[in-house]
Design a protein around this ligand. Structure first.
Ligand code: HEM
Length: 365
């Protein structure tokens, strides 16, 4: 992404999508070449995801409560159309992996290869395998891109906090080598900055709706976790669903959790320091909530966290980010589900030729 920004500084958001899509395609299908934000397949999948976003909110479609509606040929045409597009894309991606496996091409590990080799142990049909691998892209590309964009947007909006992080980077890494994952433990301020950025403008702010599988008796009791989650315990089964002042049933609201003043004093202020203790270490009593909770917690939280961390680290090490005064920035876009293109100016912190040289070595060590 650093080299992409150097080559084309005006297209920040596209670069985050290209990075996230390339990473996900590698994990899902073992694809080794870059997947650009402008690839027709990526554009198509993102369009289907937009339909899915609407579908995920309970109550949008009557078929959620009246299942037989799905048998009416004229009902939910756009849903059936979205399904057909997804089926075509996911099946062709899985088939590509299958063909290469049959031709003994060395693919390296990937989720698709794993399910093709082991799917029968889980009674999966090929269509289920195709959709499982396809879910990686659907669930992971835009979320990771949005998370990185949020961190970079926060850096541009809060220059003093950005400078604090960069002082830490200069002290721990200097400007003559590119940072790596090995530096992670030595960079608590950067980690605090990322946590605060994703608290400040949480992705998926209204969570995902969940459906209970049996009747539930609720005892209204407020359980205050260090993270500020309010819970309602279901006493018979050991399931806890986090409601957090959510207006809709069976869902949690990350927006409400992120604004709890008991846990995050002055919640509308951007204060990375709140994630650190008096010894300037990361606090271990404040949980990170943006990936949800319980058995449906985001299964990719570790890969997502690492992606956001390493990208934020490299970019904040390489560039000083500032707002473009000629273009207004809607910092609520990701939170409100309507992200607008935004413009950030990136000034190199290392002379450009030197930066290119360091990054070339980084890519091909
Ligand atoms: C920063 C990036 C990401 C964020 C903020 C995020 C957030 C979330 C949230 C809030 C949920 C709902 C949890 C719940 O219902 O309790 C979720 C579920 C999920 N996420 Fe992520 N996610 C991210 C990246 C990814 C990536 C990279 C992938 C795949 C490679 C992924 C795959 C999934 C899947 C499959 C689910 C559904 C899990 C289930 O219902 O059992 N996510 N994610």
């Amino acid at each position: 992404m650093v080299l992409n920004i150097l080559d084309d500084p005006s297209n920040f958001q596209d670069h985050t999508v290209t990075y996230a899509a390339t990473t996900i395609m590698k994990v899902a299908y073992g694809k080794n070449t870059p997947t650009a934000a402008t690839d027709p397949e990526v554009i198509e999948v993102r369009q289907v995801m937009e339909i899915l976003q609407t579908v995920l909110g309970s109550g949008t479609y009557l078929v959620d409560s009246i299942p037989w509606l799905k048998y009416l040929p004229w009902y939910g045409q756009e849903l059936k159309h979205g399904y057909e597009i997804s089926k075509r894309i996911h099946t062709s991606q899985l088939n590509r992996v299958k063909q290469r496996m049959q031709s003994n091409v060395d693919l390296g590990p990937s989720f698709a290869k794993f399910v093709l080799e082991n799917g029968r142990h889980y009674d999966l049909t090929e269509l289920e395998m195709a959709f499982l691998a396809g879910a990686f892209f659907g669930a992971g590309a835009d979320t990771v891109a949005a998370a990185i964009s949020t961190v970079l947007m926060a850096a541009a909006c809060f220059p003093e906090e950005q400078a604090t992080v960069q002082a830490e980077l200069d002290e721990v890494i200097g400007r003559h080598r590119a940072p790596t994952f090995a530096d992670q433990e030595s960079l608590p301020r950067l980690q605090a900055f990322i946590s605060e950025a994703l608290r400040w403008r949480p992705l998926s702010p209204d969570g995902l709706d969940h459906r209970t599988t049996k009747d539930v008796t609720w005892a209204r009791r407020k359980l205050l976790h260090p993270s500020g989650h309010y819970g309602v315990r279901q006493p018979l089964a050991s399931i806890m669903i986090v409601l957090a002042k959510c207006e809709r049933p069976n869902c949690f609201s990350l927006r409400a959790i992120s604004r709890d003043p008991e846990v995050y004093p002055e919640p509308d202020k951007f204060k990375p320091q709140r994630w650190m203790n008096d010894e300037d270490h990361l606090r271990d009593d404040l949980k990170f909530f943006v990936f949800g909770f319980g058995r449906r917690v985001c299964p990719a939280q570790h890969v997502a966290n690492r992606s956001v961390f390493i990208t934020s680290l490299l970019i904040l090490w390489a560039f000083q980010l500032t707002l473009d005064p000629t273009k207004p920035l809607d910092d609520m876009g990701f939170l409100n589900g309507n992200p607008q293109p935004f413009s950030i100016e990136a000034k190199t912190r290392v002379p450009e030729t030197e930066l290119r040289r360091i990054m070339e070595i980084y890519q091909n060590p």
